[in-house]
Design a protein around this ligand. Structure first.
Ligand SMILES: *Cc1c(COP(=O)(O)O)cnc(C)c1O
Length: 396
């Protein structure tokens, strides 16, 4: 099917309407060509360095290490990037690719607005038009990010179909792409969707793992015992994992959102509770209701609130190379507070899911061991919601 296979075992593929198939093939062809093109890679590297602020630091969290009493905890600081998370790595890569393909316009879906803001940023930088699709529920909850995207020159479209959340915004962005493929590139925000997106987005995020591997070897002279990251669609996690896939001694641990608890129905733990299905152009695991419909998902963290997971994670889990654990809202909020107090770092509530697991994992290792935890983003955006969660009313 399609122009190439694009599968991870049985997962992935290209489940798209006829009208998109030829565009997806053009995209794959362009991507494969540019991936091996030194001038493209040099231009992207220069942008990541001078604009995004790479390489991001690998920080030894000494107080946290002492307090937890076990492996040395190293934090990969994606929160220090321009726009405040790892999303810029992918967006700059895709925007540059789109430009080389002759596209004039970028479109994207967004949930809380983080990926929309990153895409609007890249569009402003490259002088491209930008349209962002966002569920109406989300435009109302995230008014500040809507304004931020408009400030950056983007148009924001409020999607009223379905349940008016992220998955509906993806549907609408796909439809819009089908309507205007000639001058438009759809910047998918994570390792999901039809091939080549899961591979391409992984490659753009693999800079996280490449840097982290080199940095930990320099700091410790040995590889870490575990690499830990939160999983929404799974792009920061796969970016970190990709450098360690061949290192059998490195455990790869993804942290999903268990929300109010795995047995409540109010969670977004796709690998723990989902079933195999086809949605948004790919075969993977999805949270489904009894009738095989995509289930409503929930997490305190908007960035983890997606009912599916990237197909490579499904594959890595099923073949036993990576493990996935579920972390509740309550555990994530406690970790958010813990790392702020202990290390002076306000991490994103998404990243706090990984930190929560690291807090449990670190004491299980020896003092000579190390673990690497991805701090995928900064938590300024979450402060008011955490205060509310704790019963305090703070004005945003
Ligand atoms: C969007 C987001 C995530 C989730 O996306 P992945 O593709 O799973 O990485 C995680 N952390 C932050 C800070 C985000 O903004």
């Amino acid at each position: 099917m399609g122009c190439s296979n694009g599968r991870f075992g049985e997962f992935g593929g290209q489940y798209v309407p006829e009208t998109l198939m030829s565009e997806i093939c053009r995209l794959e062809e362009a991507y494969l060509r540019l991936r091996g093109d030194p001038s493209f890679q040099a231009e992207l590297s220069a942008l990541l360095d001078s604009y995004a602020g790479r390489p991001s630091r690998l920080y030894f969290a000494e107080k946290m290490t002492r307090d937890l009493g076990g492996a040395k905890v190293y934090l990969k600081r994606e929160d220090l990037n321009h726009t405040g998370s790892h999303k810029i790595n992918n967006v700059l890569g895709q925007a540059l690719l789109a430009k080389r393909m002759g596209k004039k316009r970028l479109i994207a879906e967004t949930g809380a607005g983080q990926h929309g803001v990153a895409t609007a940023t890249a569009a402003a930088l490259m002088g491209m038009e930008c349209d962002i699709f966002m569920g109406r529920e989300d435009t109302e909850r995230q008014a500040l990010n809507v304004y931020r995207m408009r400030l950056l020159g983007a148009r924001v479209h409020s999607v009223t179909g379905g349940t008016m959340v992220l998955k509906d915004a993806v549907n609408e962005a796909m439809r819009e792409w089908t309507r205007r493929v000639d001058d438009t590139h759809y910047v998918i925000g994570t390792v999901m969707g039809p091939h080549p997106f899961p591979t391409m987005v992984r490659d753009f995020q693999s800079v996280i793992g490449r840097e982290a591997r080199e940095q930990i070897l320099k700091a410790e002279g040995s590889l870490p015992k575990a690499a830990i990251a939160c999983v929404g669609g799974g792009s920061n996690a796969i970016g970190l994992f990709s450098a360690f896939l061949g290192d059998e001694g490195v455990r790869l641990i993804g942290c999903e959102a268990a929300g109010r608890g795995l047995d409540t129905g109010m969670h977004a733990a796709t690998l723990s509770k989902g079933e195999v299905g086809v949605f948004h152009g790919m075969k993977s695991y999805f949270n489904q209701d009894g009738g095989g419909q995509i289930a409503q998902v929930y997490s305190i963290s908007a960035g983890l609130d997606y009912p599916g997971v990237g197909p490579e994670h499904a594959f890595l889990r099923d073949m036993g190379r990576a493990e996935y654990v579920a972390v509740t809202d309550e555990q994530a909020v406690s970790a958010f507070e813990y790392i702020a107090r202990t290390e002076g770092i306000v991490a994103a509530i998404e990243s706090s899911h990984a930190i929560a697991h690291a807090m449990e994992a670190a004491p299980m290792y020896d003092r000579e061991d190390s673990i690497v935890v991805c701090v995928s983003g900064r938590g300024d955006k979450d402060v008011a919601a955490i205060a509310r969660h704790r019963g305090e009313d703070v004005r945003e």
